[in-house]
Design a binder for this molecule. Sequence first.
Ligand code: PEP
Ligand code: MN
Length: 337
Amino acid sequence: MIIVMKPNAGKRDIENIVEKLHEHGLEAHLSTGKQVTIIGVIGDKGLLSDSNMELMPGVDKLVPITESYKLVNKKFNAKRTVVNINGIEIGGDHFTLIAGPCAVESEEQIFQTASKLKESGVKILRGGAFKPRTSPYSFQGMGVEGLRYMRNAADANGMIMVSEVTSLATLQEAVPYLDIIQIGARNMQNFELLKEVGKTNKPVFLKRGLSSTIDEWLNAAEYIIREHNNQVMLCERGIRTFETATRNTLDISAIPVLKSKTHLPVFIDPSHASGVKDYIIPLARAAAAVDCDGLMIEVHPNPDKALSDGAQSLTPDEFKELVRQIKPIVEIMGRKL
Ligand code: PEP
Ligand code: MN
């Protein structure tokens, strides 16, 4: 439920409501807009059944919220979340490029990729160190050694970095190196992990589960924010369908749906969505046009030799071409690259 205050409601009126909610064992979440203040109520609203909240001074109306997620809900917080990492803003009117290899493979590979991506204006470097591979016999990532190389490559090029954690143990190992914590598709509903990343002070990049609905995904984000980490970004990376021509099916409609339901920034990852490098630029153009907040793209200096996801990795030059093609679309959408 949300309590919408009247435009002329005073500070004391709002404090009274918050006190009353606390007396009933409920939490209050304040969203102060230009015109009105909205108070989100978290907890069992049945506890308020005979409290006559609507009659309290300054209250305009009570509006029930039917969705199970609250803090990520636009009805709770109408202001769009802008994530700020060392002055790099994500969301709002920005269009953010995150790029890098599927996995860090060597010091040379990550340094080479980072310096090339910097030329294309990329400020956020990606690269997996703990790789959740389908086969246990596939390359599993370099672990902390890979994170160390990546941290140095990012620092040397004035970039920040994002990498995936797959468990509570890898979260602990990785956190000191990371600017953004990635939760991959396979862990989107690892609730214990979500709670732990929610207790950190690092922004979280939450990818959509392989077969997760938008509601399940938003509830996953709620787990993180509930622990008081509200710097969460969502990333659509394709879902399982009957189609086999592409690795997954990019759910482009998820973007307008999410924009109507949540205030969080939303990214698209056309690399994992399609699995085919020839489809990445067209899908990136569509992503810019559907008004998402940015892209995550896999880039490798030598995709033919990549230890993972080479078939969907662009070369740095192909990535440069991607940026050239999306730029006018991003600008038409009123965003800054
Ligand atoms: C990745 O981004 O490295 C990755 C493994 O993607 P996903 O979790 O979307 O499969
Ligand atoms: Mn990959």
